[in-house]
Write a protein that binds this ligand. Structure first.
Ligand code: APR
Length: 248
């Protein structure tokens, strides 16, 4: 009886919470020490994107591609969520928060965000190269054993590959993300140049009248008016946004 009342009370509280959806990109993790992709000195300046993040690149040289992600995984293990990740997670006290991220790191989860949709895959996971989205062949790597060795196989006998959505591949989570955005009462964009589709197109699913906040130290071209720009880094920008949202 007590338990039922408790559950009922919880549902009631959740029903009153506004739904906040945040679309995040590489800038979200910049203050945790990760290079963005397209800024000066960004990752794609150092490593040709066609080589390490395209389907053709994988087919051409799987060892090079696995080595690249082995390196990123080591970097991730030593990285920590920054204040921006933490503040976004803390918004769960006041809002029903969904994070839709283009990032393959797990810093949102480690900061405490409980509902994270990864559009471009997850760095700490590996999968079959024949059947990339088959959950039977997706494995989570541990911090002390996070390298894929040359020739290492998935359980279906194909080469083990990073669980990353490469360019030229479909983005399976996009329809789930679009549904979230369609139902949002508040939409927040943090640290993405909005250059890459279909993620960049999610803004078009926001309902008319829903407030949109965009946090980025640089100007980002968005084909939509009525956006509240917060021209700051993720951590400072999230401080400002938290103030704006919780003052209301
Ligand atoms: N805080 C917030 N934003 C920042 C910060 C920071 N500290 N530093 C940089 N930025 C902003 C940049 O101004 C830029 O607008 O982050 C954005 C990063 O843009 P991109 O490098 O293009 O990264 P992103 O938009 O996430 O890329 C999308 O492209 O290469 C693919 O799959 C990869 O998921 C990635 C996708």
């Amino acid at each position: 009886m007590c338990v039922k009342m408790f559950i009922f009370a919880e549902i009631k509280i959740e029903a009153c919470m506004k739904k906040l959806v945040a679309l995040t990109g590489a800038g979200m993790s910049a203050e945790s020490g990760f290079s963005t992709f397209r800024d000066a000195g960004g990752l794609w300046e150092k490593y040709p994107v066609q080589q390490v993040a395209s389907h053709d690149g994988w087919e051409a040289d799987p060892v090079l591609v696995n080595n690249f992600y082995n390196g990123l995984r080591k970097q991730l293990i030593n990285a920590k969520p920054n204040r921006g990740h933490e503040l976004l997670a803390e918004l769960e006290k006041d809002f029903d928060v969904t994070v839709v991220t283009q990032n393959v790191d797990n810093l949102h989860e480690r900061a405490g965000s409980s509902h994270v949709i990864h559009l471009h895959g997850e760095l700490m996971k590996v999968c079959s190269s024949r059947d990339t989205d088959n959950p039977h062949f997706i494995e989570e790597l541990m911090a002390d054993n996070c390298e894929v060795k040359p020739g290492q196989k998935a359980d279906d006998g194909s080469l083990l590959r990073p669980y990353i959505v490469f360019f030229q591949e479909a983005v399976p989570m996009i329809s789930v993300a679009a549904d979230e955005v369609r139902n949002a009462d508040i939409f927040v964009i943090i640290g993405t140049s909005l250059n890459v589709y279909p993620a960049a197109g999610l803004i078009h699913y926001v309902r008319t009248g829903v407030p949109i906040y965009l946090i980025d130290p640089k100007e980002v071209g968005v084909g939509s008016s009525h956006i509240h720009f917060i021209q700051k880094k993720a951590s400072e920008g999230m401080e400002e946004l938290t103030g704006l949202l919780t003052a209301k």
